[in-house]
Write a protein of this length. Structure first.
Length: 409
């Protein structure tokens, strides 16, 4: 038996002893009267119940179709979590497999009472079901990012768009207005190099560390700036007519010569060391350092609006564009293959997690894929154009036309 198996067995034995413990102060308590609600997430589940402040609750769960507080020790992979409060998030679950949950209670150090009826769920990536968030303004939102505010050291979602309208949220559900980005329609924003960077029309670029004060940077161009990405130490911005800028501090920017005069709409970086930029007329460029770029055949003349990379067992790049165009590359952007997207919408944004790709676009289009090959159309609940999406922390937030904000968990 391995050391980890021994530890697991000992832990289970300890919990078993505690579950059946009697004597001492306290006694059994009835289970939550309304039972439990278990909400599936991406590799997780959230268990909620009505708590009695005088009761200590334990959560039991297992990769099975049912579980009880009397048989859980006989169920392979079963776990018991002591003295928890509602809501309780169970993480580390495998997507696509059934898990069952029950909760019981006790007072003091007494034995556990009967458990709630077993409740089963199947964890899955977010993106299938969407909820509309409060619309704070009619200004179209075109970008969303996530980063740290120096004013309070909290992490925020940050979204911005036309007229410099800007909003922040700690949870991706409730947004509040912050200082507008001055003198621009914001096309893209990114948290990098310890600051929020926002770029927009007519070569405008602003930075902020606190989302309350914005400082302009000299870009040396009047071309629209459309997208940006970073490897953590160097950031690249791309824009109309092959415009590109690079910076090592987010404040001072220098021109990068690109081998195209086409409008560039999207850019991404992977930890494999590959940068990819996409644009009008099927333009597709790659770079190994962010400053020297090479044209690559995309195999399409459709405008390409966005690109992203998924890292699981290998690096998979995806580019999305007009009329549902989706391209995929598994060789660091050297060759690209068209995929069936199951939509004719213009796909304006694409994001990735370890679980899947998710792209958004015109008429509320949302499509998802676990691998960049098989794509499934989703119901976003809106017909508004969705210009940007961000995934992570078990959820997606998408923003777009006329201040539309939607969330999927």
């Amino acid at each position: 038996m391995s050391l980890s198996s021994v530890r697991q067995a000992l832990a289970a034995l300890l919990v078993a002893v505690l579950v059946s413990a009697c004597g001492g102060s306290g006694g059994s308590a009835p289970p939550p009267s309304a039972g439990i609600t278990v909400t599936p997430g991406d590799g997780k589940a959230t268990v909620t119940w009505q708590m009695d402040p005088n009761v200590k609750y334990w959560v039991f769960y297992a990769p099975s179709t049912s579980i009880s507080t009397t048989n859980w020790l006989n169920v392979p992979g079963a776990q018991a979590v002591m003295n928890v409060t509602s809501p309780y998030v169970v993480s580390g679950l495998a997507n696509g497999y059934t898990y069952s949950f029950t909760v019981n209670g006790r007072t003091g150090d007494g034995p556990g009472g009967p458990g709630t009826p077993s409740t089963s769920i199947v964890p899955r990536p977010a993106g299938g079901n969407w909820t509309a968030l409060a619309t704070l303004s009619s200004n179209t939102l075109r970008t969303i990012t996530y980063g740290t505010n120096s004013a309070d050291s909290l992490n925020y979602y940050f979204t911005a768009g036309d007229g410099g309208a800007a909003y922040k949220s700690t949870n991706g559900l409730t947004f509040t207005a912050v200082a507008s980005v001055p003198n621009t329609n914001v096309n893209a924003a990114l948290y990098t190099l310890s600051r929020f960077v926002a770029v927009g029309t007519a070569g405008t670029l602003y930075t902020s560390t606190d989302l309350a004060n914005w400082s302009a940077s000299n870009t040396g161009t009047s071309q629209n700036l459309n997208a940006l990405t970073s490897n953590g130490s160097f950031a690249v911005v791309v824009g109309d007519k092959g415009t590109a800028l690079g910076s090592a501090d987010g404040v001072t920017w220098s021109a990068i010569t690109m081998p195209t005069t086409q409008n560039l709409y999207g850019i991404t970086y992977s930890t494999s060391g590959v940068w990819v930029a996409v644009g009008a007329g099927g333009t597709l460029l790659t770079s190994s350092d962010g400053t020297n770029w090479t044209n690559v055949s995309s195999g399409t003349t459709a405008d390409l609006y966005a690109t992203s990379v998924q890292t699981l067992n290998s690096y998979v790049f995806v580019a999305t564009g007009a009329n549902g165009t989706i391209l995929r590359s598994t060789d660091k952007g050297v060759t690209w293959t068209g995929q069936v997207s199951n939509t004719t919408a213009n796909l304006l944004a694409v994001g990735s997690t370890v679980s899947q790709f998710l792209a958004t676009g015109t008429n509320g289009a949302v499509v998802t894929s676990p691998d960049g090959i098989t794509w499934t159309a989703r119901n976003s609940g809106t017909s508004a154009t969705l210009n940007a999406v961000i995934g992570g922390l078990g959820q997606y937030v998408a923003v777009g036309q006329n201040g539309t904000m939607i969330n999927s968990q």
